[in-house]
Design a protein around this ligand. Structure first.
Ligand SMILES: CC(C)(COP(=O)(O)OP(=O)(O)OC[C@H]1O[C@@H](n2cnc3c(N)ncnc32)[C@H](O)[C@@H]1OP(=O)(O)O)[C@@H](O)C(=O)NCCC(=O)NCCS
Length: 196
């Protein structure tokens, strides 16, 4: 048993909350879009059962407190537009990995930065993490921009680490330390991401 529970967080425009079974259609809409999984070593989902399985796994993680996995909801409409998760926890080292995806209709509006900022703030403050890692395809410019905007630093390059839709793809490895996060928060005089 770990202590990585998934609470409800609010930001200026978003609510981050645990996934529920009702999220299956919206989750399927996100991950069945080829544009969303363009740089992932997985094919787009072809059936809603993929969403049901993912939600069932999330439920197990909530029960066991092993993953922090948020649905991202628009505060104004209640629409579920994506997910952000902290996973692969190495408890001994207070370290984990970060993942995120938004429905393509909502890209370019600052939602990812807002949602990921809140999740990171929760990870460092409430879950007492010391380091959060992200592994992205160097061609995924939007993803790199979001990470750098949030204070992640490039730490390494690994060629041909993944097989992505039939071709080997490289990894740019990013890391964010609690100390970088606290330094930025102190400079800005506020918590990152506007998490309440
Ligand atoms: C990566 C992703 C989450 C970004 O979401 P988003 O909500 O569009 O990101 P934001 O609007 O917060 O943008 C963050 C920054 O990236 C920039 N950006 C967005 N798209 C960009 C692009 N295609 N090229 C370069 N920069 C881009 C934005 O201008 C913004 O910078 P700014 O604040 O200085 O203007 C979204 O594209 C996505 O879900 N992609 C598919 C899933 C994915 O690749 N996940 C990551 C796998 S590791």
């Amino acid at each position: 048993m770990s202590t990585y529970s998934t609470p409800v967080l609010t930001t200026a425009r978003l609510v981050l909350r645990p996934l529920t079974h009702q999220d299956a259609p919206a989750l399927f809409a996100v991950f069945s879009d080829p544009a969303v999984v363009r740089y992932w070593s997985a094919e787009p989902w072809t059936d809603i059962s993929f969403a049901d399985t993912a939600i069932a796994r999330a439920m197990e993680a909530y029960r066991d407190e092993t993953d922090i996995r948020f649905a991202i909801e628009l505060a104004e409409t209640g629409e579920m537009i994506g997910t952000v998760n902290l996973h692969h926890f190495f408890n001994q080292n207070n370290r984990c990995e970060l993942g995120y995806a938004l429905a393509s209709a909502y890209w370019g509006k600052g939602y990812a930065s807002e949602a990921i900022g809140a999740a990171l703030d929760h990870g460092f403050r409430a879950a007492k993490l010391n380091r959060i890692e992200a592994d992205i395809d160097p061609r995924n410019a939007a993803s790199g921009k979001v990470l750098e905007k949030l204070g992640f630093r490039k730490e390494g390059y690994m060629p041909q680490r993944w097989l992505v839709h039939g071709e080997y793809a490289d990894t740019v490895f990013y890391g964010l330390l609690r100390s970088y996060w606290e330094e930025r928060a102190a400079q800005e005089g506020t918590a990152q991401g506007g998490a309440a």
